[in-house]
Design a protein around this ligand. Structure first.
Ligand code: ZN
Length: 400
């Protein structure tokens, strides 16, 4: 009877998840449990700059190195697993690690009082001082992407149970989030006041970092959301940690060309100043009564996404843009044909479908991270099955 027992013991061992790295001993039990099924992200070529920024009159929140390290490592796992699920390998934003297993979080104390770095426009003074720091310490600048975390203000409005007052948004390749004493992974997923508060601020932390890594807002199709939950770059900042939250195929395709996701040995020079917009040929959008069928030709190094959304764009009104990643087929001569079928049944949440004006945004991204966006507006009221949507000359803007 010994042999079968041994055999089964070995089988169980082989099936058990193997954490790629042992959690540092001083990490919390909650972090050790959360990171127990960690996958090893592919070795990054570039890394995210993580900065903890205070004014000259306030202090970092206690134990920030351990708490933020745990939260960043768990978030890195989320990105790595989502990228892997979408076929890009276990890739995530790179982090510079310290010998003690924590993330290298650069502490910068500002020259002014903390109120000078408040929500609204405080990011300008903050980024100026961070740039001065990087000029003096070029070895600490690992990429173009910087994640800035500031401690909550304490005043009549803000405090431990209602943190805030500091910048909290993505701004190009920089993004801002906040810290407070209960910003701790041990509250993750708990339906308690501290758990819900954590989802609000950790979901926001994860979402704003997405912006800082080049991601625009986007939502999944009806079917995708039914299967996977809420996209992080849609309203996933309200669900992360509490309910299923995911990255759309579109978001992963964009991260594929984001600097800190580049794998060692495969990193081009990112974000060139002289990026050239795509040459788009034979753009056709045909309505067949059930679907919008979009095809175009462009240079073969562009990855193209089509976003369907309401046309009256204002900041933060595009969370519901439904994203479709276009299939690509190279002609072997430097050009490619891109195609996508967008079933109306997958667009049910959009208020304008089949009624009034609708926008289709086309997002073109290159492996070096250069990005262009253009918009086509059409009117459903004048569209009958079999019609093609007329497209005027495309005007591009850089970035997403
Ligand atoms: Zn956002």
């Amino acid at each position: 009877m010994r042999t079968p027992f041994l055999f089964s013991a070995i089988s169980v061992l082989a099936l058990a998840p193997v954490a790629y790295a042992t959690c540092p001993e001083h990490f919390s039990e909650a972090a050790k449990a959360r990171l127990a099924d960690s996958v090893e992200p592919e070795a990054p070529a570039r890394k995210l700059n993580v900065v903890y920024f205070t004014g000259n009159d306030n202090e970092p929140i206690a134990d920030y190195q351990r708490r933020i390290s745990e939260l960043l490592l768990y978030l890195q796992q989320f990105y790595a697993k989502e990228m892997d699920r979408h076929g890009y390998g276990k890739r995530a934003f790179g982090l510079n690690m310290l010998p003690n297993g924590e993330v290298d979080i650069i502490l910068i104390r500002g020259k002014k009082g903390h109120k000078e770095y408040s929500y609204g426009s405080g990011h300008n003074a903050c980024l100026e001082e961070i740039n001065t720091y990087f000029d003096a310490h070029p070895d600490k600048k690992f990429s173009h992407h910087t994640f800035v975390i500031m401690p909550t203000h304490y005043d009549e409005q803000y405090g431990d149970s209602n943190p805030g007052g500091v910048p909290f948004y993505g701004l190009g390749r920089n993004c801002f989030a906040l810290d407070y004493p209960d910003f701790d992974i041990r509250h993750l997923g708990q339906d308690t006041p501290k758990g819900r508060l954590l989802t609000k601020w950790y979901g926001g932390f994860a979402h704003e970092l997405g912006h800082g890594l080049n991601l625009p807002h986007n939502d999944g199709s009806t079917g995708m959301n039914a299967e996977w939950g809420t996209p992080l770059m849609g309203s996933g900042n309200y669900t992360f940690g509490l309910k299923p939250t995911y990255l759309t195929p579109s978001s992963c395709s964009i991260l594929d060309s984001s600097e800190t996701f580049a794998v060692a040995g495969k990193a081009p020079q990112f974000y060139p100043d002289n990026a050239v917009e795509p040459t788009v040929e034979r753009l056709s959008i045909v309505y067949d009564g059930e679907n919008l069928n979009l095809t175009l030709r462009c240079e073969e190094d562009f990855c193209v996404n089509a976003y369907i959304q309401d046309p009256e764009y204002t900041v933060n009104r595009d969370y519901d843009a439904i994203a479709f990643l276009m299939a690509r087929e190279s002609d072997g001569k430097g050009m490619q044909t891109c195609r996508v079928r967008m079933p109306l049944s997958e667009l049910q949440r959009l208020k304008n479908v089949r009624n009034g004006e609708q926008a289709i945004d086309l997002l073109f991204g290159k492996p070096d991270g250069s990005r262009f966006r253009t918009r086509i507006i059409f009117n459903w009221d004048s569209l009958k099955p079999g019609d093609s949507i007329p497209v005027a000359e495309l005007k591009f803007r850089q970035g997403y």
